[in-house]
Design a protein around this ligand. Structure first.
Ligand SMILES: [Zn+2]
Length: 409
């Protein structure tokens, strides 16, 4: 301890701190040195901070827990949000895939429908082509191919058989969307080619058959007979398949079908008429019309056509019909008469023999008798008559029509 009275060698600027304690009349002053003051203040501050911290700790214990919980909740919620976000992304991807699969499935279904339509059409075409073939001068190889295979088991073009080829289905499922679409595009292009081919083939055949039918009708009209226009009674009218993208082919089938009906009608009308030749390889020696009668030596109507032929040459029915007369018939000698479905009657006269009996049903080309010279005849020949509603008409148009139709029907 230094004595308080001893003066310092160097005076400091800092004023001395003095603690004054008063008690009644007595006053006591204590001078405080700076280090002691600092220490005291520090001790006081320390103890105050400790008290505050303790109080804060005691008071805020609950708040800290709450804050911790809140922070935990925020973390959990962030995770949940992330998870649901991922789930949304996953759902979106899954639904996109489903939509894509449905789109591909729809395309495949359309393709299969078209393929089925092509096959069904090919089956419908086969009998039509078969029927049209005789009417078509130069049958196309494709037409023969259709006819040769009435019920094709596979598609009429190279490529996949989508119905049975499961392996190709699996391949389709494996490839990515874009190549899969390219593959389907290729198949659709092939289907379109097959449809166009069918349509073109049908159009070509229909045009030829229509031409034949028109020519046949015209030839029949030259014989004085009209082919009925109403074809609805014939039946067998084609019902279109109605598949998408193949209207032209369906129209082609309807057109060919209609043309064949016309041709069939002409054929039926023709077969009902006496249009055939009554004797083969014979020269026509006398025509129908007014001529000098070989017996009377004056102008008279020759009611038929004469054919010079050897005795015994076969005499043929010129059309389908029923024998309505067979035997001696005055100046006609041995004669046969046939009534045809059209109502016409044909008469075959001066025969040397008769091969049919009354009531017999005969077909065109069937032998009904033999060339001879019975009745009013000057030598072996066939006298051939055509009667329309009981009146003898010129057989020439019928014979000419028959020759014309030979090429057409
Ligand atoms: Zn005659």
């Amino acid at each position: 301890m230094k004595p308080a009275s001893r003066p310092p060698l160097f005076e400091t600027v800092r004023p001395a701190h003095t603690l004054t304690i008063s008690s009644g009349a007595r006053t006591r002053s204590i001078r405080l040195r700076p280090w002691a003051l600092k220490t005291g203040i520090a001790a006081l501050a320390l103890s105050a901070t400790g008290c505050v911290a303790l109080a804060a700790l005691i008071l805020s214990g609950d708040n800290v827990a709450a804050a911790f919980k809140a922070r935990e909740a925020r973390t959990v919620s962030a995770y949940e949000e992330r998870i649901s976000d991922l789930r949304r992304q996953l759902d979106h991807a899954a639904s996109r895939q489903v939509v894509e699969q449905q789109r591909i499935a729809a395309r495949m279904e359309t393709i299969l429908e078209r393929q089925r339509a092509i096959e069904a059409r090919a089956e419908l075409m086969a009998p039509l082509v078969e029927e049209a073939r005789p009417a078509v001068l130069t049958p196309a190889p494709a037409a023969s191919a259709y006819a040769a295979e009435p019920a094709p088991a596979r598609m009429p073009f190279e490529g996949f058989d989508l119905r049975t080829d499961r392996a190709s289905d699996a391949r389709l499922a494996l490839v990515e969307d874009a190549p899969r679409d390219v593959l389907l595009d290729t198949i659709e292009a092939k289907l379109a080619v097959a449809e166009r081919h069918q349509a073109a083939e049908l159009d070509r055949l229909a045009a030829e058959v229509e031409m034949r039918a028109a020519q046949a009708a015209s030839v029949i009209e030259q014989a004085g007979y009209t082919v009925p226009a109403d074809a609805s009674a014939m039946g067998g009218i084609f019902i279109p398949l109605g598949s998408a993208g193949s209207e032209k082919a369906d129209e082609g089938i309807a057109r060919l079908s209609g043309a064949l009906v016309e041709l069939r009608l002409s054929r039926e009308v023709a077969s009902s008429l006496p249009l055939g030749r009554p004797v083969n390889g014979a020269r026509r020696s006398s025509a129908f019309g007014v001529r000098t009668d070989p017996f009377l030596r004056r102008q008279a109507l020759h009611s038929g056509v004469d054919y010079a032929a050897r005795t015994g040459s076969p005499v043929l029915a010129t059309g389908d019909g029923e024998v309505v007369r067979a035997g001696r018939n005055g100046g006609y000698g041995l004669a046969v008469e046939i009534r045809h479905p059209s109502g016409h009657i044909t008469r075959y006269a001066h025969l040397s023999a008769i091969d049919v009996a009354l009531g017999d049903l005969v077909e065109r080309g069937e032998t009904v008798g033999r060339v001879g010279s019975t009745g009013r005849s000057t030598g072996p020949h066939l006298h051939y008559e055509v009667l329309n509603e009981g009146t003898a008409v010129d057989p020439a148009p019928y014979l000419n029509a028959g020759r014309g139709l030979e090429m057409l029907l």
